[in-house]
Design a protein around this ligand. Structure first.
Ligand code: TYM
Length: 347
C-alpha cells in the first residue's frame, strides 16, 4: 500500500498522534490501577508520541472527598505515577483542576451529550445505586467531563482498563456529534487502548467484582502502598477453588478467581496467560500463591518504597504538577479557543 493510500485510510489522519489518560485520586492506588493503567503508560512512554497523564481531581469530587484526604491522595497518586516510571520531562503530568480548559470544554460537551447517554453508563448505575435523586449532578455529567479531558488535547489514543471502555466510546460519540452538529472535522475520534493480560483485575474476595479502591473490604485489593507481609497475607487469603491450575487458558473459563490470579501473575511477569500456565499448570494454589506473592512483592516494593520517599517532599510533587499544568495548558488553550469560535462564542 502506498503511503498516500495508507494515510487516507487511517482514522484520525491529519491529527498529531497524542495519548491522554487519567486516574482519580479518590483513594489509594490499587494493583488494578497499576496493571490496567500506570504500567501500560510507562511502557507507552517508550514510543515517540506525545503523552499527557492526569490526576483527575475534579472527577474525584463527584462523590464526597474530605479536602485534606483529597490533597494527600492527589500527591500520593502523583508519587505513584513517578515511582512507577512516568518521567515528567517526557510526559506531561499534572492535576486536572489546574487546567481550567477541561471544565470549560466539559460544559460545552454537557450541551452536546444527551441525558439518555449518561443514564445508560454502567458506572453511573453502579455508583448512584438506587437513590439516583440523591447522587450529585456531577456524577451524572462525569462522562462528558471525561470526554473533555481527552478531546481538549485532541488525543487520539486512550490507554485504559476494561472498565473505562464505555466512557471512551461515549467520548467518541460526543466528538462525532459535535463534528456533525457544527459541520466540522475538528475533534479526532479517539481509540481506547485496552491491552495486556490484566485489563480487568478482579477483587481477591470475589472473582465477579472488579478490584477497586472504593471496595469497603481492604482484603479485596492490593494497594500500591501495602508492605510485603500485607501483600503475602492478602494473596494467601485470596478466594480460590480446590482444583489444580490447568495447563491451558481454556481451563480457566469457569474459574473466575483462578483466572484472576493467573492474569495478575501474567501482568506482573510480563508473560502471556499460556506462558504462565505452561510453567504453573498442575500446581495447587498452595504452591502457586507463594509464587505470586514473591513476584508481587518483588515488583511492587520498589515502587512503594519510592512513593514513600517522594511523599516526604510534597513541595517537589506540587512543583512537578504545576510545571505539567503549564505545559498542558499550552496544548489545551488554543483547542478550547477554536472550539468556542466554532460554537459561536464572541471574544
Ligand atoms: P479510575 O481512577 O477508576 O481508574 C484509573 C485507571 O485504572 C484502570 N483500572 C483498572 N484496570 C484493570 N483492573 C482494575 N480492577 C482496574 N481498576 C481501575 C481504569 O480502567 C483506568 O484506566 N474515569 C476514569 C478516569 C478518567 C480518565 C479520563 C481516563 C477521567 N478522565 C480520561 C482516561 C481518559 C476513572 O475513573 O478511572
Amino acid at each position: 500500500m502506498s503511503d498516500a493510500v495508507q494515510t487516507q485510510s487511517t482514522p484520525n489522519a491529519g491529527f498529531t498522534p497524542r495519548v491522554f489518560s487519567g486516574i482519580q485520586p479518590s483513594g489509594g492506588l490499587t494493583l488494578g490501577n497499576y496493571l490496567g493503567a500506570i504500567k501500560r503508560f510507562v511502557e507507552k512512554q517508550a514510543e515517540p508520541i506525545e503523552q499527557v497523564y492526569c490526576v483527575v481531581d475534579m472527577h474525584a469530587i463527584t462523590v464526597w472527598q474530605d479536602p485534606e484526604a483529597l490533597r494527600r491522595q492527589t500527591r500520593e497518586l502523583t508519587a505513584g505515577y513517578l515511582a512507577a516510571g512516568i518521567d515528567p520531562t517526557r510526559s506531561i503530568l499534572f492535576n486536572q483542576s489546574q487546567v481550567k480548559e477541561h471544565a470549560e470544554l466539559g460544559w460545552i460537551f454537557n450541551c452536546v451529550a444527551r441525558m439518555g447517554w449518561m443514564q445508560r453508563m454502567t458506572q453511573w448505575k453502579d455508583k448512584a445505586g438506587k437513590n439516583t435523586q440523591n447522587a450529585s449532578l456531577g456524577l451524572l455529567a462525569y462522562p462528558s467531563l471525561m470526554a473533555a479531558d481527552i478531546l481538549v488535547y485532541h488525543a487520539t489514543e486512550v490507554p485504559v482498563g476494561e472498565d473505562q471502555k464505555q466512557h471512551v466510546e461515549l467520548t467518541r460519540d460526543i466528538a462525532t456529534k459535535f463534528n456533525h452538529d457544527y459541520g466540522v472535522d475538528f475533534f479526532p475520534i479517539p481509540e481506547p487502548r485496552i491491552e495486556g493480560a490484566a485489563t480487568r483485575v478482579m477483587s481477591l474476595r470475589d472473582g465477579s467484582k472488579k478490584m477497586s479502591k472504593s471496595d469497603p473490604s481492604d482484603a479485596s485489593r492490593i494497594n500500591m502502598t501495602d508492605d510485603a507481609d500485607t501483600i503475602a497475607k492478602k494473596i494467601r487469603k485470596a478466594k480460590t477453588d480446590p482444583e489444580a491450575l490447568p495447563s491451558e487458558a481454556k481451563g480457566l473459563e469457569d474459574r473466575p478467581e483462578a483466572r484472576n490470579l493467573v492474569n495478575i501473575y501474567a501482568g506482573l511477569a510480563e508473560m502471556s496467560v499460556d506462558q504462565v500456565l505452561a510453567e504453573a499448570g498442575g500446581k495447587q494454589f498452595s504452591e502457586f500463591k507463594p509464587m505470586l506473592s514473591e513476584l508481587a512483592v518483588a515488583k511492587l516494593s520498589p515502587i512503594s518504597n519510592e512513593m514513600s520517599r517522594l511523599m516526604q517532599d510534597p513541595a517537589e510533587i506540587d512543583r512537578i504538577l504545576g510545571q505539567g499544568a503549564d505545559r498542558a495548558r499550552e496544548i489545551a488553550a488554543p483547542i478550547l479557543t477554536k472550539t468556542k469560535e466554532i460554537v459561536g462564542m464572541v471574544g
